[in-house]
Design a protein around this ligand. Structure first.
Ligand code: AMP
Length: 511
């Protein structure tokens, strides 16, 4: 048996067994496992020929519209022993620049002609090679070079770097190892019975860790992945029809999408007989909408998954096995295979039953830290304080939880200024930093309005500001999903006794 030193070995295995089967489809076409492998190897050959300096891997930024082409590039990066960096195609140039800067003039960017135009106005160091996707896939595969390159990979090497929102305004590049992803895919296969007959309906953008569930469980088993057209998520009424008509068996969507579908009333009208697994993660799933799903599609297994990008997507799960009242907390359950959860209280000791503390994660999914950011890495990834015997790295999630009498983990909330809006992870500090770049803004404070599930921006300024105009400016620095929905302009912010912005007073003023 081939040693699984790289997750792309999963593609090699599945291409041998199910080569002519469709691996992925999108709104423009489909690709078989064999074609995904050969195109991936073409990209891999081209990248491997450009030897990185020394032996450190060179990140491959994939700056393309969400499509099959992105997956070809991810495979290509892996065939060349380099981690891939998925970025949103509609990301503001300023934010892409920050990501390029944090890669420190190393690596590759794969894009198309339109993306090339954006890159032209940016400051791309000469040491970064820029490639046009259509040209890369024409490269003649050099099997020997690919195998030689790939065989040098160790499963603790990085498979991808995923950039999440950072409180200082700098996106943080979470660097994840192959082993974390391979173990996760194996756990997904076992837990949800994924096999070659399964069809996964992908919602998660590729720059969001939830997509790892879809991509790698398909590569492990020969299941098909359908990239659901992004525009369809604006029409929740249409989604169940799409699931039914495409024989989708497993969906892994963010709760926001599940809520929109449930609230649209369509679930009582459309049956999805082949749908087997309804899985969600990324934010709290309310029981009201979960119950609507469960009543309408009783044949499905429902699962609440929990985990941050820093631990290769998911570290706990709860298979919903009983009805929950609207006011109950839906557990996030217990640890996945090869993962362990410890809840640490304020004294850094293991919290007792029902005592709240921070969720800390141990296991093969724990990532390698933040790319090129040793300071913040050493704060979040530390030695396990309750293990004095040997080196054991934990990831401190910044999430609060407790373990109930049944031994199930119950999520409480965040310890910091990180929020989730429609499933997107946002540091309020990143929005504030962007606002401070706008002319006339003296102070900025972004607040999450829980009632309306939206971001409210407080601005200190003597000038007049309108939300639309401010957002046009903010768009230069932050993605659309971070834009505030409400704006409040003040002459002067209230301050606390130690002269910090009084966030509590600002937030309370919303009620
Ligand atoms: P991300 O890195 O984008 O996957 O976001 C991770 C964060 O989302 C976690 O630290 C939690 O705060 C939140 N989160 C993820 N899954 C859940 C869940 N099932 N319930 C509540 N919050 C969740």
């Amino acid at each position: 048996m081939v040693h699984l030193n790289s997750a792309v070995r999963l593609l090699d295995r599945v291409a041998e067994q199910y080569g002519d089967k469709t691996a992925v489809s999108d709104e423009w076409g489909e690709i078989t496992f064999k074609a995904l492998q050969s195109k991936g190897k073409a990209v891999g050959t081209a990248l491997a020929k450009i030897a990185p300096d020394g032996y450190m891997p060179a990140p491959v930024m994939v700056y393309l519209k969400k499509s099959i082409s992105c997956l070809v590039c991810f495979m290509g990066a892996m065939y060349s022993a380099n981690p891939y960096v998925p970025v949103a195609y509609d990301m503001p140039a300023n934010r892409i620049q920050k990501i390029v800067d944090s890669l420190q003039g190393r690596g590759h960017i794969i894009t198309d002609k339109k993306g090339m135009e954006t890159l032209k106005i940016m400051n791309i160091p000469k040491t970064v090679s820029v490639h046009i996707y259509e040209e890369l896939i024409e490269t003649t595969v050099d099997e020997k070079l690919v195998e030689k390159t790939l065989s040098a990979v160790i499963d603790t090497d990085p498979i991808y770097i995923m950039f999440t929102s950072g409180s200082t305004g700098e996106p943080k590049g979470v660097t994840v190892p192959h082993r974390g992803v391979i173990d996760y895919a194996m756990w997904v296969r076992k837990t949800f019975g994924i096999d070659e007959n399964s069809v996964l309906g992908n919602q998660a953008p590729f720059y969001f860790d939830n997509s790892i569930f879809d991509i790698y469980s398909c590569l492990l088993t020969g299941a098909k992945m359908i990239i659901i057209p992004e525009t369809l998520f604006m029409f929740p009424l249409k989604l169940p029809e799409f699931v039914r008509d495409n024989d989708i068996t497993t969906i892994f969507w963010v709760p926001t999408v599940m809520i929109n579908v449930a609230n649209s009333g369509v679930l009582s009208e459309i049956k999805m007989p082949r749908l087997k697994n309804v899985v969600f993660c990324g934010e709290v799933m309310p029981n009201t909408q979960l119950n609507i799903w469960r009543k309408a599609q009783p044949q499905c297994t429902y699962a609440n998954l929990y985990g941050p990008t820093e631990i290769s997507d998911v570290c706990t799960y709860y298979i919903v096995d009983r009805p929950f009242k609207d006011s109950d907390s839906l557990p996030i359950g217990k640890a996945c295979e090869n993962m362990r959860i410890i809840i640490l209280n304020e004294k850094n000791e293991i919290a007792k039953t029902n005592e709240q503390g921070e969720i800390c994660v141990v296991g093969t999914g724990v990532s390698l830290g933040y790319w090129n950011k040793p300071d913040i890495t050493s704060k979040a990834f530390t030695q396990n304080p309750v293990n004095p015997y040997y080196e054991e790295r934990i990831y401190r999630t910044g999430d609060l939880a407790y373990i109930d009498e049944e031994g199930l983990i119950i999520y409480i909330g965040r310890m910091d200024n990180q929020v989730k809006v429609k499933g997107n992870r946002i540091e309020l500090g990143e929005i504030e930093n962007a606002a401070m770049c706008v002319d006339g803004v003296k102070g900025a404070c972004a607040v999450f309005d829980e009632k309306n599930q939206q971001i409210v921006m407080f601005i200190e300024s003597q000038q007049e500001f309108k939300l639309r105009k401010l957002n046009l400016e903010l768009k230069k620095y932050i993605p659309n999903y971070m834009l505030p929905s409400e704006l409040i302009v003040m002459d002067k912010f209230p301050h606390t006794a130690n002269d910090k912005i009084d966030r509590v007073t600002l937030k309370n003023s919303l009620k």
